[in-house]
Write a protein that binds this ligand. Sequence first.
Ligand SMILES: [Zn+2]
Length: 371
Amino acid sequence: MTDGLEFNVLAVDCEARAGRLVTAHGGIDTPCFMPVGTSATVKAMTPEMLVKAGAQMVLGNTYHLMLRPGAETVKQMGGLHRLMNWPHPILTDSGGYQIHSLARLRKLNENGVTFKSHIDGSLHQLTPESCMETQSLLGTDIAMALDECTGYPADVEVAEESMNLTTKWALRCREAFVSSPGRGVFGIVQGGMYAHLRQESAAALKKIGFDGYAVGGLSVGESRSERVEMTQVTSSLLPMEKPRYLMGVGKPLDIIDAVECGIDMFDCVLPTRSGRNGQAFTQWGVVNLRNARHKTDQQPLDSHCPCPTCTGYCRAYLHHLVKAREILGAMLLTWHNLYYYQDLMKRLRNAVIGGTFAAVADELRARFSWV
Ligand SMILES: [Zn+2]
């Protein structure tokens, strides 16, 4: 294996792609969905459950891990894969987004960002160089360059300044990243809701040259049409032969839209967070297990779903667990929701390979129009 990641596009249908990404910890079929494992755990799941749900790669949050247990500690424990007993691929984000959304007293300048931990108020600094170093200590397969997530809505001047900072940081990240076989770094396209800024950002990152490219700054409050337009504009400018990742998106409908634009990778807290809140994704819509109508319902959550939750448990039991705030309720619903998302990705992938993407996407859209 040579330095960096191996990625092959196996089929293209319209703009949608089916591919295979190979990292130091194994391969991933794309388009793929990465469950979010914020603090070295996908909440309520064991690694065995994740594998059974069909997950091939998880996402770790650099911000959370650098604060607790600390990147040095993770390194000392043999790296993130070993620590969390997940021997499969891991992508870590840069920490930038969480600093933006969680940290206190954030101070940003060209060198980097200084912030106070939301856990204990301790002072930390993240620069492009320390961001690469931290992700390297974690032992990630795919590191993300440090970016500044442009707020929404943002004036064009603000979006441009923010995008330019992201570009400068991207160059420093690329230079600081130490390449090795099966490990790579992705650049993040910003530019707010302005097509010309997205184009400028994508062109600059392409010139620097990354192992993959992410579309950042979406799912921040924009409309569906703005999201699709920005994804489409950005995706069309990215190199064909590199993976494309749409960060933090989203609902099943958003994923279908984005795969249609040529996106290969996704992450979102929705299936896991909904599961912990008593909500399940089914073919008929989102089912809220708190609802009293499930109290004596002996039917499974989704009679067509072959997941362990649907084959083993009835709605009445799930309703009871959720009402009683039992841990098992969160586990079983998260398990089903992740299975549901992985199944969606498989359907989209098979449609691209079979040359039936447009028809399958339309059918799925009609079915998912409620989510
Ligand atoms: Zn199920």
